[in-house]
Design a binder for this molecule. Structure first.
Ligand code: NDP
Ligand code: ZN
Length: 351
């Protein structure tokens, strides 16, 4: 079978591989559509997860099941499915401890295009099919289905990690597709005021649609100076970090009220340390919490988030700005995500 792969750090191309085999609890799927992720850019060009050789890319998409193992109960060939980017081993100790995304080790629930071949291939393998696949709602478009793999669950996880409460003033740093879903999640969680950091006009427009009230450009001075000016020097209750680099945490801590919480879902592709400013962290006693997490995967979450979309309570259609048709467009879509033109939010390839 053919697949579009990371050949080594900084190099991608088409390769031929054996079709994966199906274990008793697994499924083999054929992608119907795939989406490209900023994480692919970190992985390929920054080598952020380390070097990978001839590893097929892709962890976002929807698919048709072509084969299931003998123990799979709820899926059969021909079923259309949502595929989460994170596919944990549900019987692992980490999953029992509540951190399924780290089943088998740090970040090891993230298997596609990290520890095994991903979705940009004629066929791909899904471990624990009953635990990780979800039936695709019938009326859902392929583009919307792709947004459920990673963008919705990750953006919403930022909201969960920041523990957003009714009436909170929230700062969302980064309004690419992930941050946009954090804005949408913050509104669903009852934030009273949402400040958003980002400059690309298409993203700013989408952020307004999803519920952002005011905007900050990281190019116009520090984020914290602007936040403090907009909040009478008080700062915000919660911060979701979905963009920027290692330096962003200093701004996040400085923008936060005592007792505030930061939820990070940004993938820090480079730099060795993040800096926590001593004074603004209450000289160690400010009750400012910082949590960073990989999105939770699995079937239940996919079904619930899918229901939010199919019920009309969450409109993800604004995210798919560039839709291609045909395998041959995968390299172009990846390059687009690397270049981030002003009108791009997310590229999707219908196969
Ligand atoms: P984008 O690159 O599309 O968006 C990044 C956003 O951050 C943009 O709004 C950008 O602004 C803004 N930004 C850039 N530089 C700065 C800065 N110095 N300070 C503040 N804001 C800045 O990324 P995505 O939305 O696709 O992804 C966001 C992150 O989430 C990525 O790192 C991705 O790898 C990660 N991720 C994490 C996952 C998880 O499970 N935790 C899963 C999936 C993705 P501008 O408008 O100017 O471009
Ligand atoms: Zn992704």
């Amino acid at each position: 079978m053919k697949g579009f792969a990371m050949l080594k750090i900084g190099e991608v191309g088409w390769i031929e591989k054996e079709r994966p085999t199906c274990g008793p609890m697994d499924a083999i799927c054929r992608p119907l559509a795939i989406a490209i992720c900023t994480s692919d850019v970190h992985t390929v060009w920054e080598g952020a997860v380390g070097d990978r050789h001839n590893m097929i890319l892709g962890h976002e998409g929807c698919a048709e099941v072509v084969e299931v193992g003998s123990m799979v109960k709820d899926f059969k060939p021909g079923d259309k499915v949502l595929v989460p980017a994170i596919t944990p081993d549900w019987n692992s100790l980490e999953a029992q401890a509540g951190y399924s995304m780290h089943s088998g080790g740090m970040l090891a629930g993230w298997k596609f295009s990290n520890f095994k071949d991903g979705l940009d291939s004629e066929f791909f393998h899904v471990n624990d099919a009953d635990g990780n696949l979800a039936h695709m709602p019938e009326d859902m478009s392929l583009e919307d289905a792709c947004m459920l793999s990673d963008m919705v669950p990750t953006g919403f996880h930022g909201v969960e990690l920041a523990d957003i409460q009714f009436g909170d003033t929230v700062l969302v740093i980064g309004i690419g597709p992930v941050g946009l879903m954090s804005v949408a999640g913050a509104r669903l969680r009852g934030a009273s005021r949402i400040l958003a950091v980002g400059t690309r006009p298409t993203c700013v427009e989408a952020a307004k649609f999803y519920g952002a009230d005011e905007f900050i450009s990281y190019k116009n001075g520090t984020i914290e100076d602007q936040v403090l000016a907009m909040t009478d020097g008080k700062g915000v209750d919660r911060v979701v970090v979905a963009g920027g680099g290692v330096q962003t945490f200093e701004s996040a801590v400085k923008s936060l009220k005592p007792g505030g919480k930061i939820g990070n879902v940004n993938y820090l592709g480079s730099g060795d340390y993040i800096t926590i400013p001593r004074v603004e962290w209450g000289v160690g006693m400010g009750h400012k919490q910082l949590q960073g997490g990989l999105m939770p995967g699995g079937r239940l979450r996919m079904e619930k988030l899918g229901a939010l979309v199919s019920s009309g309570k969450l409109d993800v259609s604004k995210l798919s700005t560039h839709v291609f048709h045909g395998w041959e467009h995968i390299p172009e879509a990846l390059q687009l995500m690397k270049d981030k033109p002003a009108d791009l939010i997310k590229p999707v390839v219908i196969l």
